[in-house]
Design a protein around this ligand. Structure first.
Ligand code: ZN
Ligand code: FE
Length: 256
């Protein structure tokens, strides 16, 4: 199986930039473009040439570097068709189920609306990795700006059905605050308690808490656990549909 090299680094204040590189084919992609300068410096340090830019959604902290990267490298910019007019420099508009060839890898497009109406995730099954932008975070989920809670919940369920050993790269380092909030809902979840300690330790050392893995999220991320009795009891929603519970969790986090 071909090997995919992945480089993750902070951009702006809490955004992550990610570069993926297929050494056999000599292609390199950036996932989102929070900051062209930082991304170009990383490319330079690795000796990689940017060929692709995979955009998850139109927000400025994910597309602000698009035009500068395109001008500097001539890369091809991929992004969601549903918000193409809001994505600077877009060359290829993609929709759910599209497959992008990247060197020896297939990159599958999954539409995950909710944070924005056209938000997409990129999944590379052969590398067991998914880039989920601002839909799913470690111990958290994106704010629902353009969709409804029900739409967002459906999007998260799509990601929950990926293979459990999928490595998840997210758009932001929000994990420590997310852990605090998660503990208010599930103080007795031992996996969560342990993970929160681990997150504190990593942050104390200035290390990233990402990527995460889907199976860990399923065990500890309250936004993926609206079916859990302890959470439902905490919210006084024992018999509500999952998406109502999800919406209540999102509301609570917004106010926290
Ligand atoms: Zn965003
Ligand atoms: Fe963002």
């Amino acid at each position: 199986m071909p090997k995919l090299e992945i480089e993750q680094f902070l951009c702006l204040s809490d955004n992550y930039g990610v570069l993926i590189h297929d050494p056999e084919a000599g292609v390199t992609a950036a996932i989102d473009a929070p900051d062209a300068k930082t991304i170009l410096a990383q490319l330079e340090a690795k000796g990689w040439t940017l060929t692709h830019l995979f955009v998850t959604h139109h927000h400025g902290d994910h597309t602000g570097g698009n035009l500068a990267l395109k001008e500097a490298t001539g890369c091809t910019i991929y992004g969601p068709a549903a918000e193409a007019e809001r994505i600077p420099g877009i060359d290829v508009e993609v929709t759910d189920g599209d497959v992008i060839r990247f060197g020896d890898f297939d990159v599958k497009v999954i539409e995950t609306p909710g944070h924005t109406i056209g938000h997409i995730a990129y999944w590379i099954p052969d590398a067991k990795v998914a880039f989920v932008g601002d839909t799913l975070f470690a111990l958290g989920a994106g704010r629902v700006f353009e969709g409804t809670a029900e739409v967002m919940w459906r999007s998260l369920q799509k990601l929950m059905r990926l293979p459990p050993d999928t490595e998840i790269y997210c758009g932001h380092e929000y994990t420590q605050a997310n852990a605090r909030f998660a503990l208010t809902l599930e103080p007795d979840n031992l996996a969560l308690v342990n993970r929160a300690k681990e997150v504190d330790l990593l942050r104390d050392q200035g290390k990233p808490t990402l990527p995460t893995r889907l199976d860990r999220e399923l065990e500890t991320n309250p936004f993926l656990r609206p079916n859990v009795t302890a959470i439902r009891a905490k919210l006084g929603m024992l018999y509500a549909p999952d998406w109502h519970v999800f919406a209540a969790i999102r509301e609570r986090k917004n106010k926290s």
